[in-house]
Design a binder for this molecule. Structure first.
Ligand SMILES: Nc1ncnc2c1ncn2[C@@H]1O[C@H](COP(=O)(O)OP(=O)(O)O)[C@@H](O)[C@H]1O
Ligand SMILES: [Mg+2]
Length: 487
């Protein structure tokens, strides 16, 4: 097959463009270009349809978008340009970008603000507000674009003119219902007041067996039950196709040839190792029907919370590292002997952007606390682990990093021993916003008789860092008092 050009788009389903209606899509495309991301064909196709104008009212025809597409295809990107266009449509509009967690939404928002500051569009807004809790881009016309966590928002409800609910797979039926119930009753009033039809967008990769709301929604739409004013786009490989066939992945991925080349696919596949379901989901957009419930029960997590510990003289420590699947951040955790017969404690030390800053930070921690580092030599942390393992002192040619002696087989049992330790109250954890968020959605995936963190389903980097720290801690060599450093 020819891989030098992008394949033609082959959505599993796509609401057709109705040529009798004008579309506002070109303007969205223009904003996207100004924001540094000219729309790629699938993005333009979706934007042109959802931006169709009803000749009867002069405003949007559709009030709902359901979009499911592979991960990393560019779905979050289009929401940003659309939000900007929407906010500029008139004064005092409110648009919301809701991600899986508040932290995800804030990260996306910060990322967006970076491109916003580089465009000439920035003159249309006041300086972005970046403090947690009140992040917003306020336009000079009084409109606002705000990030939020879908879970939190489902608790109190948000109102507005455009709500993007991203990563819908993570929502329960009740949460989705709360979001919709908070939004719909106000839409008629907003339409009257602003003349622009409010919209709610549901965007997501396929989920897992727990994705109650999204699974039911997709099943219904796929059965042909598509409401008149809902635009529906369904990208992915055919349900009976073989996800291991890279030609198939290539020809059905709408980002193929635009966001990645064919030659990169084998490498992407390798990152998933033996997680075939994760791969099929991320790159084929096939539901992972096998993944079961959350790995750590909410009550267990709450019961094993303890106060953060300040490392001090005489306490044993091991650091653990977790890298997110997309390598956008590296989490460092510590497992610390809390002394006085209390169980050891894991706590998050750092959440670093990318992986580049990690070696220097880890070296500083290792030296300051005289503690070794535990890192998985396979999976998303493999490249960083290699750097740590191969860095040698230029004087002595000795390895610089003290890595615990963790074998591939140990990495497979580590998550299980981590959770068992919590269950037996032989381990506690300090409250941490990142770890607490990840634990809400983290699931297991089977690997032989053991289980591993399901990296493809959600970001588990903080939990992996804690897992590594705990494993390293329980495998520390017996130290003589001379080894213990003064903090
Ligand atoms: N039209 C585009 N032009 C250039 N890069 C893009 C475009 N759309 C998406 N990207 C890039 O592709 C990556 C994935 O996009 P994202 O919107 O985060 O995907 P998704 O939300 O589907 O996982 C990001 O790095 C993003 O900047
Ligand atoms: Mg996204």
């Amino acid at each position: 097959m020819n891989h030098s050009e992008p394949p033609t788009l082959k959505p599993r389903y796509a609401t057709a463009r109705n040529a009798d209606r004008e579309t506002d899509g070109a303007l969205v495309a223009k904003f996207s270009t100004l924001l540094g991301k000219p729309l790629i064909p699938w993005q333009r196709q979706v934007i042109d349809v959802i931006s169709e104008i009803d000749p009867a009212t002069g405003t949007y025809y559709y009030d709902e978008l359901v979009l499911t597409v592979q991960r990393q295809a560019g779905k979050t990107t289009i929401t940003k340009s659309y939000d900007v266009r929407n906010a500029l449509w008139g004064p005092d509009r409110k648009t919301w970008y809701l991600a899986q967690t508040g932290k995800d939404a804030n990260d996306q928002f910060r990322d967006f603000v970076k491109s916003w500051r580089r465009t000439k569009l920035r003159k249309l807004s006041k300086p972005p507000r970046l403090s947690n809790g009140s992040m917003a881009l306020e336009f000079r016309n009084g409109s606002q674009l705000r990030p939020g966590g879908a879970t939190e928002a489902a608790g109190h409800g948000v109102q507005g003119d455009l709500i993007n609910v991203d990563e819908v797979w993570s929502l329960s039926k009740q949460q989705a219902k709360n979001l919709k119930d908070g939004f719909i009753p106000t839409t008629t009033t907003r339409l009257k007041l602003t003349g622009v039809r409010p919209q709610i967008w549901w965007t997501s990769t396929e989920g897992n067996a727990n994705s109650e709301y999204f699974n039911a929604r997709l099943d219904k739409l796929r059965s042909g039950d598509i409401p008149e004013r809902t635009a529906f786009f369904d990208f992915g490989i055919p349900f009976d196709a073989d996800p291991e066939d890279l030609e198939t992945i290539w020809s059905y991925h709408p980002g193929a040839g635009h966001l990645f080349d064919f030659d990169q696919l084998a490498g992407f596949r390798n990152q998933f190792e033996d997680d075939a379901e994760g791969w099929a989901r991320a790159f084929g957009n096939i539901r992972d029907a096998g993944a079961t419930e959350r790995a750590i029960d909410s009550i267990l997590w709450a019961d094993t919370t303890a106060q953060q510990v300040e490392p001090r003289r005489g306490l044993r420590v091991c650091f653990g590292v977790g890298v997110s699947l997309d390598a956008t951040h590296t989490v460092v955790a510590a497992c610390i002997d809390s002394g006085d017969g209390a169980p050891p404690l894991v706590q998050i030390v750092d959440d670093l952007p990318g992986t580049g800053e990690a070696p220097a930070r880890l070296l500083a921690l290792q030296e300051r606390y005289g503690a070794p580092i535990c890192i998985d030599r396979r999976g998303p942390s493999a490249a960083l682990a290699d750097v740590l393992a191969t860095t040698k002192s230029s004087d002595t040619f000795e390895p610089v990093y003290r890595l615990t002696d963790m074998k591939a087989g140990d990495a497979v049992t580590a998550p299980q021993s981590f959770v068992s330790a919590l269950e037996q109250h032989n381990l506690s954890h300090a409250t941490d916003p990142l770890a607490d968020e990840q634990v809400c959605v983290a699931t297991k995936r089977k690997s032989g008789d053991a289980w591993l963190w399901n990296r493809a389903a959600s970001d588990v980097s903080a939990l992996e860092a804690m897992t590594m720290a705990y494993w390293g801690f329980t495998h520390l060599p017996d130290w003589s008092i001379d080894d213990i450093q003064v903090f």
